[in-house]
Write a protein of this length. Structure first.
Length: 384
């Protein structure tokens, strides 16, 4: 009934607006010239009040403002959400309150305000450390602006992470290794390093389908970039604790660990997802995607578009898919408690023999080779 406590409890707040839509992005983001932030504050607080009745008595471990571009939120908007959450749930002593930020001058000018509002961690979307690739990615900042914003952030916050995308157009293994070393020389305690994926429904997806997205590295080169990323980050003391995330020990993203350790999280804002355990049942929640539709639904009392109970089979599969992304691995006793059965020993032995997983201290972990082929490992573990 209380399995979620193994992962903790977090709050995700989605801000759906951006200054411009990046061509690779498939997140729920929208460009709008005029945003009534007071209206959005009222809507967020209304959703928190609704959830408070269902999720009372919990300790809140993290809050994450994601988007979109949350650094377009006024600090007063962020403060109001944090203050209401504090009224509803006791905060953990080490609560992590993260906010995603783009490294533009407007956003950087708000960093002190976010700190005063209660934010204690910034995650910056730098994405590349050369101007030509930033332009290709549709980013509206330059490398110099990114570095300036990063310097401002590190003066305001003890914890600052940033994102980079690799396997970009025209990128070689050698140029990525050099860029990664530069990033690691800047990094404080955390980096998120994502391989460029071409998603349907994005501008890049459309160009790729028409044969217009040229210069992408071959699959073998992209795989080499992934392995180089693991090796170089580890040599800098920032080993990968998750497939795409690297941190100094103790500096892992606590909010994202709630996802990967299969805890509970409430999601508010357009397009936010959640996982909530109520009266022994785990529910998947979704909210309306369009900002206007979400605001209208909230005005009627509930911004959710879906709340669906998860079957035991689905919950077990989600735990498996999340937990195997982590270097700490999957707790086999917890798997058995969730599923009612042990993983078949013969299947585990086959994966061990292939060098894909290891088993120790009652933990199932993917090896470096297994993490590079994680989807195949998961298919083997989850097959009937």
């Amino acid at each position: 009934m209380d399995d979620w406590r193994n992962g903790g409890f977090g709050l995700y707040v989605h801000w759906p607006f951006c200054q411009a839509k990046c061509p690779y992005c498939d997140f729920n983001s929208h460009v709008s010239a005029n945003i009534d932030q007071k209206l959005w504050v009222r809507a967020y607080l209304s959703e928190l009040d609704r959830l408070s009745e269902q999720l009372s008595g919990r300790v809140l471990n993290s809050i994450f403002f994601g988007g979109g571009t949350p650094s377009l939120m006024q600090p007063e908007t962020v403060a109001a959400v944090i203050d209401r959450a504090r009224e509803i749930w006791p905060f953990a002593n080490d609560i992590e309150i993260s906010l995603e930020a783009n490294p533009g001058s407007v956003e950087a000018g708000r960093f002190a305000g976010y700190r005063d509002a209660g934010v204690n961690r910034i995650s910056m979307g730098i994405q590349a450390l050369n101007d030509e690739d930033l332009r290709r990615l549709g980013r509206i900042h330059s490398v110099s602006e990114a570095k300036s914003a990063f310097d401002i952030a590190r003066k305001c916050f003890d914890r600052v992470s940033f994102d980079l995308i690799y396997a970009r157009q025209g990128q070689t293994l050698k140029t990525w290794e050099a860029e990664l070393r530069e990033a690691l020389s800047m990094a404080i305690d955390h980096l998120s390093l994502y391989q460029l994926t071409i998603e349907d429904g994005t501008a890049f997806g459309d160009r790729y389908a028409r044969g217009k997205l040229r210069g992408l590295p071959a699959d073998d080169t992209a795989a080499d970039m992934y392995q180089a990323t693991q090796d170089i980050c580890a040599s800098f003391g920032m080993a990968g604790y998750e497939t795409s995330n690297h941190a100094k020990p103790g500096s892992e993203s606590r909010h994202n660990l709630i996802y990967w350790r299969y805890g509970d999280y409430a999601g508010i804002g357009p397009g936010a997802h959640g996982r909530l355990s109520i009266d022994g049942t785990r529910y998947a929640t979704e909210t309306h995607l369009a900002p206007g539709a979400w605001l209208e639904a909230v005005s009627k009392g509930n911004g959710e578009s879906l709340r669906e109970s998860l079957s035991q089979e689905d919950a077990v599969a989600e735990y498996m898919m999340m937990g195997m992304r982590l270097s700490e691995g999957l707790d086999l006793a917890r798997y058995t408690q969730l599923s009612g059965v042990n993983l078949p020993e013969s299947r585990l032995e086959d994966l061990v023999q292939m060098g894909m997983v290891t088993i120790s201290e009652k933990k199932l972990r993917a090896t470096d080779q297994g993490r590079a082929l994680l989807n195949a490992v998961l298919r083997e573990l989850l097959m009937d």
